[in-house]
Structure formats: C-alpha cells, structure tokens
Ligand binder design. Structure first.
Ligand code: GRF
Length: 208
C-alpha cells in the first residue's frame, strides 16, 4: 500500500505551544498527513520546545537578537536556512511573537500561516480577546490567515466564532477561544495537506 505524501511543516512559537500540541497530536493519531520537521522558538525556555521534545520533533532555540518585536535580519535569514535545510514547505506560526519580514516572506511567499484569537480584521494585535471584551462585542473567535507584511493581516483562510458570555473574564474567554483554535488550526493544515498530497509541487517555498 502506498503511503500518502506528507506535507513537511515547520512550527514557530514563543510560548506555551497548545496549538503546536494540537497539530502534533493530530499528526501522531494519523489524522493529519503532515510531518513536523522542526519547531523553532525565539524563547529559550518556551514550553513549545518541551512539547517538540515530547513528540520527538527536531527543535531549536533561535536567539532573536537585539530587537523586541522582530528578528534581526541576519537571524531571520538563518531561520530561512534552518527551515530550508529541514525541507519545510509550510510554516505554521503558533504564538510566535515576532513580526516576520522580507527574508521569510520572500522565501515562503504563500507558505506561512498564523492563528489569531479574534475574528480578523477585527482586533489585530496583542490580547485580542481582551480587546473584544472591552469593545463590548457579543461574538469573537479565531482566525487562520496567510502571513503578509502587516500584522495579523493576510488573506483569511478560516474562522470560528465564540459567543461572549455576560460573565466572561479575559481568561475564561481566551480559554474558550483556544479550545476552538485547537480544532481550527489542524483543520486548515489538513487542507494544505490535501493540496500537497494531490500535487507534485511545493506549496509555498521558493527554490532552495
Ligand atoms: C493563541 O491564542 C494564538 O491565537 C495566538 O497566540 C496564542 C498561542 O497560544 N497567536 P499557544 O502557544 O498555541 O498555546
């Protein structure tokens, strides 16, 4: 029996990595025809790196350099190289707290996706669930989108709605959004896997 072609993905994150875990669990259970080649974090002790180790996925800490919200350009070039060396085709941002710039965007023109905890285009930026609460919204949610040069901005791929309850706190709302994130993100990655499995082309990476 021939095995389905598996989409090589790289996951970038800065924090607790619950979305990374959700994706790795689906891969392990055979639901997702992907292969996690590499997990990279800009934070040395980020739990996402422990999760990668738990699942036996290659992982690396990438010292980000002197800027707070982005990688130094040479370091971003290094990141491109690491992902290329790992033959990554789709880059999955899972709580990666740095804005990507030209090196990554040029290397993976349609191959970087992100998950954001609001119904974009509403509430881009930090703590989007708090922004929704403060704005008095009745519904918020999460969005998976392509990454482009603006923050939380590229083409929207999928969204899920979450009703805001009258007694919601920022924590309770974020927790409910995350439950849906863990369904939505693997489902979107599954769509990429289908396309990859059905074609002879790479999805998003320019020539190596
Ligand atoms: C998620 O809420 C995601 O929407 C945002 O960052 C958070 C990452 O959470 N981009 P985790 O590290 O995957 O648990």
């Amino acid at each position: 029996m021939t095995q389905a072609k598996r989409l090589p993905i790289g996951i970038l994150g800065s924090g607790k990595g619950s979305n990374c875990r959700a994706i790795l669990e689906r891969i392990r259970s055979g639901d997702l025809a992907a292969e996690a080649r590499l997990v990279v974090s800009d934070v040395l002790d980020a739990p996402i790196l422990d999760i990668a180790r738990e699942f036996g996925v290659a992982n690396a800490y990438l010292p980000p350099g002197r800027f707070r919200t982005r990688l130094e350009p040479e370091i971003e070039e290094q990141l491109v190289q690491m992902l290329r060396d790992a033959d990554v085709d789709l880059v999955v941002l899972a709580g990666f707290m740095r804005v990507l710039h030209e090196p990554m965007l040029k290397a993976f023109p349609r191959g970087i996706i992100n998950i954001h905890p609001s119904l974009l285009p509403k509430f881009p930026g930090l703590e989007a669930w708090k922004q929704a609460l403060v704005a008095g919204e009745r519904v918020t949610g999460c969005t998976v989108h392509y990454v482009d040069k603006q923050i939380d901005h590229g083409k929207i791929l999928a969204q899920k709605e979450v009703t805001i309850l009258p007694n919601d706190t920022a924590e309770s709302l974020h927790a409910r959004i995350q439950i849906l994130e863990h369904e939505l993100y693997p489902a979107v990655v599954a769509e990429f896997c289908k396309r990859y499995g059905a074609s002879n082309e790479q999805l998003g990476c320019t020539s190596r």
